[in-house]
Design a protein around this ligand. Sequence first.
Ligand code: FE
Length: 201
Amino acid sequence: MDKDKPTKRTRREILQTFLALPITLWITMCRDKSTEMLEATQPCGDDDDITPAQTEGPYYTPNSPQRASLLESGITGTKIVVTGVVLSTSCQPVARALVDFWHCDDNGVYDNAGYKLRGHQFTDDSGRYSLETIVPGLYPGRTRHFHVKVQAPNKPILTTQLYFPGEPSNNSDGIFSSKLLMNVQDASDGKAAKFDFVLNV
Ligand code: FE
């Protein structure tokens, strides 16, 4: 019987410790959240916010057609509209920036003979771009992704990739970067994604 007493005290102490933990964690999480929100309103304040470059991969084809929609007959899959702004490191919109997307089809296959699911456009005066296409499929070894090249007029080309949140393969893909995650929401006719590029200009 006496042996139980220390055990009960210990259990109570442990319980009190655990009850106190969530409050501490909650305060910490709130602090972290407010920091994230501040960063979100200032996406191009320092070097850490420059959109990171990634490998081009083996399937880039130069001279893609200029078009804001990659939808055409024969293309199947979930429609997605990707929008965003191209910014400089001083948070200024970059007008007439080249934005060149290419990606695989719904079955994970690239068109390496033609220009299906390939197209470039230029940002407007506010630095905005808008791409209408489908959600890319998956192919072995990679998580779901878009390829893209972004270039301010007469500046070096940024080659990178964009990713989808919540993809099971994100954490096992050696190229994946959380800095390149789009904000993806459901839309009435598919998906709507947002991503702002920050160029080192
Ligand atoms: Fe790829």
